[in-house]
Design a protein around this ligand. Sequence first.
Ligand code: MV4
Length: 448
Amino acid sequence: MFKRILVANRGEIALRIIRACREMGIETVAIFSEADRGAAYLELADEAYCVGPAKASESYLRVDRVISAAEIGNVQAIHPGYGFLAENPYFADVCRSCQIEFIGPTHEVMSLVGDKNAARKLAREHDVPVVPGSDGLVGTVDEALAVARGIGFPVLIKAAAGGGGRGMRVALTEEALRNAVQQAQAEADAAFGNADVYLEKYIEHPRHIEVQILADAHGNVVHLWERDCTTQRRHQKLIEESPAPNLDQATRQALCEAAVRLAKAANYLNAGTVEFIVDRQGRFYFIELNARIQVEHPVTELVTGIDLIKAQIRIAAGEPLAFGQEDIQPRGAAIECRINAEDTGRNFRPSPGRIEQIHVPGGFGTRFDSHVHPGYVVSPHYDSMLGKLLVHQPTRPEAIAAMKRALQELRIEGVKTTVPRLAEILDHPAFTEGRMDTTFLERTWPSG
Ligand code: MV4
């Protein structure tokens, strides 16, 4: 096992990783930008080094500075968390060349899944359902027209280098498709330095369901069931839960087995998430494979009892998984609410500033993953998540009731937060009845 790990991240996920390491007897080296200097969670690491100014592009995203901290800190491995360098194949490759274990997939896998068209092709070759669409890239408007006529409108043009909702464009008609293809190509080129696009039938009002997987270096691949992340707004998830409501057992089983098939086909290593959309008829389609630990991973930890961060570290150290698929029996229902410093009355605009007071809820089955404390200053330089409030209960209605109670207990003074909107969502019949789709929030609160 590793003796010492560098945590290449900040905030709640850095704290989450530091805690797991401490419990495993692993020393930690933290990094911080000048905006995070003096942050309380850094005290829990064994050492901490500054990697640059507040701007992420000059600190947490700087491969040279992060690697320097790893060399000076004399670590054997780096945990990237999520965001920043977590899905950067170049960073994973530099780690390898420096003989530092990257706690995540290989750079080959990261390159493969970063190409959404290649991932789609792999899925198709392994009987993982994909949305009807082009066989591969579409190079010209005429090609796109031919595909669209075959599958019918509306269609979605997606950038091969996109993902997470970036680089997509809907076309409702043949006339619109011409411009849409050219615009999508130009945008993809500008945003990702890669103009490749492909075409899919546009699935209206889908649900977003993802499957957590773990793969070790000995060929074992398991799934840890699904998370429903449908309750999101402008591609920002607000609430995640497991199990997905109103998903029949046969579909659930098929979805999870498809995820494992794809992970095996990709030679996947470490933790990953296979993302699907589910249409109104309950048909599911593979969308993308996320090669990182995700913000919402604790939802899965609560229903399975498996610590995903520790599992990631053990896998990276070469240990075989300590459990098989049969050992992963989900229990009860878990819900996560993202507590962001945002003003829901002003279109979720970030609300940075000093947290004057915070009271954290507790009680049976309640977990709050957060790095903030009274006096903590929320920087405008990073995403506005203050923490993740989670509950675990025997059933979904009980989990909803527990979350409402916990949100009432949570008191944050000094910045505006998403708490009032979260409480409204938990009271909405579309949510309580599990009838959400990805347009639910925008339709219900059109002004923001
Ligand atoms: C889609 C889709 C409809 N049809 N693909 C957005 C995030 C990215 N991972 C894939 N996304 C979508 N792909 C087809 N063919 C609708 C979305 C989508 C969406 C998906 C999951 C969660 C929220 C979403 C919000 C808007 C659109």
